[in-house]
Write a protein that binds this ligand. Structure first.
Ligand code: MOS
Length: 734
């Protein structure tokens, strides 16, 4: 019997994806499908005073145009629009609800036509008049009016005083601009209308049940009448955690026409949704001459909309990671006339760890201390905020293995001291940290006498490899070949799952599969024992294991009954078990993943062009279920970190309050030519506490800290510290 957990298994959905057999939300059809195009506002703030649709309606093939004036009924209270992931404070955006404009390119009309080209053509002929109001889209203009939310965490000691008294001090202001997710697949929804008024909604989302509940409450529909499907996703990264406006528009269209409707956003419209909030951060670090931290302060201002208060634990990462007598954090929100910000891969940690780890590098320079040495000196085996020990933390080993693989010992600490021809060479490093979360989740297993099992759960696979790890875990837990496992997910009618986010699904669903498999095993044993002469007579469930298509005594492998025989004795051809698995927190441990990142940059001394020939990341994230998909997750995060450091920036023309690079030609992300050696190391980390299988999740840790490692390498190469990202060549030259 071969085991599948821990082996580098190719994606079981890979063939379907590369051959086009896997269908995405905008690819589903329906008889008599209506195509839609969205008209977006050209102003950032104000009221619509008039929408003239006459010219657009005259276009041949246009069926109808929906605006706030003629839309079908929608809920009129804020609570109805609160999805599972909505911020507590504020009122979610309601598309086509009224005449109010709250951000540029806000959807204000939906053109429904017999084909998409006609819809788009007609959309350009909708004439809109506005009463414009002054808008603000520049976070620096709202600095003074930024407001504090709930205190992020209790301060420790008097950090202000400790900082003032410290032997060595560093303070700096760091900036990360707004970034957009830019998944390959645009947001899309196809609503299939059946004549009884039931709808099947193929939606691009990270949470089918979240969308299903949301649609039921917005449109006052019965749960049985709304089925939401998202079997495949072309990248989400957090943008698909909340229902996006296209799903509302598609359902509005279907309800207006009693027909099937498809809405697909244009690439430009992908910038009229949530984003990673810009973050202005001030960090102070005070230390003794030997590198002992006396004080950490971290103040941040991030961005939200006029209508919701979106925030995460922006600054508390700085409090928990390193040993420091005192610490203080402040997090404020600046209101802008933009859509509400949202989660983007490792929300808050990506931005906060950039600032913290760049500041730690600056402190190391001030201390004349090696950056790895400084971090080891401040190493903490406890979450410094809660004081709780980690369930496991092998970051020390990440530093060691990462530094060895990278060749950190060859680094000359002097900036501008390493060269290769016309290039200045720089080595930089940083730490990363993320949470190891887990959520209640249900799994159903149907097992047939021929040894085939179907595993179902309403979770998504947002591209992370969930289908594959679910099959691996099920194959091992049920003692069946991988090919005998069929995974069903991304369907709101399946057993309950929260959104796929926060790196929590792998740990949650894997433990749930094992739990449910145990129930299957117990049922098989019961069936086998209906035969009084069964070799398993008198054996208790805990003494058995499912292996090689049999239920077998652990103590005596000769006492075994095949799945087929057990079912025959019980007179059934199929058994089914469903269980909800919860993860009680013992309240005695902190659960986190960690990483150490080492980056080399080469900077052309004359031109300032920065290249990144190699990055090494050593990751401690508990048990690795599938080294192949895990490697892909971390590699993708590292490449995105390169984007954060050097390329990504949503540019707004503040005069118009409008995003000017709303396309993937002018919004730069790393492409193949930018990416060279990416080395991912998984450090052994056994964790018997976090959950029974010791899994911690990997979707997000890969990006955290990478931008700082690269920025620190740029400083080491050039002697110039650029604190506002991205580090473009103009900033190096000035
Ligand atoms: Mo993730 S940013 O929780 O999809």
């Amino acid at each position: 019997m071969t085991f599948h957990i821990g082996t580098p298994t190719s994606r079981i959905d890979g063939r379907a994806k590369v051959t086009g057999a896997a269908k995405y939300a905008g690819e589903y059809g329906a008889p008599d499908l209506v195509h839609a195009a969205i008209v977006g506002s050209t102003i950032a703030k104000g009221r619509i005073t008039d929408i003239d649709i006459s010219e657009a309606m005259d276009v041949d093939g246009v069926i109808t145009i929906i605006t706030h004036k003629n839309r079908p009924a929608m809920a009129d209270n804020d609570a109805a629009y609160k999805d599972d992931v909505a911020p507590d404070e504020g009122a979610p955006f309601r598309p086509l609800y009224d005449d109010k404009i709250m951000f540029s390119d806000q959807p204000i009309a939906l053109v429904l036509a017999e084909d998409w080209e006609t819809a788009r053509f007609a959309a350009a002929r909708v004439r809109v008049k506005y009463r414009q109001e002054p808008h603000v889209t520049d976070v620096f203009r709202q600095r003074e009016t930024a407001f504090a939310l709930v205190a992020p965490a209790q301060p420790r000691g008097d950090a202000t005083k400790a900082f003032a008294a410290a032997d060595v001090r560093h303070q700096g202001e760091y900036y990360v601009p707004i970034e957009h997710h830019n998944p390959m697949e645009p947001f899309a929804t196809t609503v299939q209308w059946d004549n009884g008024g039931k709808i099947t909604v193929y939606d691009k989302t990270q949470g089918v049940q979240n969308v299903q509940r949301y649609l039921c409450s917005v449109f006052n529909m019965k749960p049985d009448d709304v089925r939401v499907m998202s079997p495949f996703m072309g990248g989400g990264f957090g943008s698909g955690l909340r229902p996006q406006y296209q799903v509302v528009l598609a359902v509005l269209g279907a309800r207006a026409l009693k027909r099937s409707v498809r809405v697909v956003l244009t690439r430009q419209q992908m910038y009229s949704l949530g984003y990673r909030p810009a973050m202005i951060q001030k960090i102070q670090l005070g230390a003794k001459a030997d590198g002992t931290l006396d004080a950490i302060t971290h103040d941040a201002i991030t961005v939200t909309s006029q209508y919701e208060d979106f925030h995460r634990n922006e600054t508390t990462w700085s409090g928990l990671l390193y040993k420091s007598e005192t610490a203080k954090y402040e997090h404020k929100l600046a209101r802008l006339d933009l859509p509400t910000a949202c989660d983007m891969r490792a929300p808050s940690a990506t931005t906060a760890l950039y600032a913290l780890e760049a500041a730690m590098d600056e402190l190391a320079v001030a201390l004349k201390m090696d950056p790895v040495e400084l971090r080891l000196h401040c190493y903490s085996d406890r979450d410094q905020i809660t004081g709780l020990p980690y369930s496991s933390k092998n970051l020390r080993e990440c530093y060691r293995q990462g530094a060895d693989a990278f060749g950190w010992s060859k680094r000359n600490p002097e900036p501008r001291s390493m060269r290769d021809g016309a290039d200045l060479v720089g080595y930089g490093m940083a730490s990363g940290i993320w949470e190891a979360l887990q959520v209640p989740i249900a799994v159903r297993i149907g097992l047939t006498a021929n040894g085939h099992a179907q595993i179902s759960c309403a979770t998504s696979d947002i591209g992370t490899g969930t289908y594959t790890i679910m099959a691996q875990v099920a194959a091992d837990a049920l003692g069946l070949p991988l090919d005998n496992i069929d995974i069903k997910l991304g369907d709101s009618t399946l057993p309950q799952s929260p959104v796929e986010g926060g790196s929590w699904i792998a740990a949650s669903v894997s433990n749930a599969i094992v739990n449910t498999s145990n129930a299957v095993r117990n049922e098989l044993l019961r069936l086998a024992q209906t035969d009084p002469n069964s070799p398993l007579a008198g054996v208790s469930p805990d003494e058995t294991v499912l292996t090689n298509g049999t239920i077998t005594s652990k103590k005596d492998p000769n006492r075994a009954v095949s799945i087929a025989d057990a079912m025959r004795h019980g007179n059934v051809e199929r058994i089914e078990q469903e269980k909800t698995t919860e993860f009680p927190n013992d309240g005695k441990h902190a659960h986190n993943t960690h990483s150490a990142i080492f980056a080399e940059v080469r900077v052309d001394e004359q031109l300032g062009v920065i290249r990144v020939p190699r990055i090494v990341s050593a990751v401690a994230a508990g048990r690795i279920l599938n080294p192949k998909t895990a490697h892909s997750q971390v590699m993708g995060g590292m490449i995105w970190g390169m984007g954060v450091a050097l390329l990504e920036e949503t540019l707004i023309d503040h005069h118009f309050g409008r995003i000017m690079n709303a396309n993937i030609a002018e919004y730069h992300v790393p492409v193949n030519a930018d990416v060279h050696d990416i080395d991912v190391i998984f450090v052994d980390e056994q964790d018997d506490i976090v959950n029974p299988m010791g899994i911690k999740g990997l979707g997000e840790i890969g990006i955290v800290g990478v931008a700082a490692a690269i920025a620190n390498a740029v400083y080491h190469a050039t002697g110039k510290r650029v604190r506002d990202l991205p580090i473009t060549l103009d900033k190096l030259q000035s």
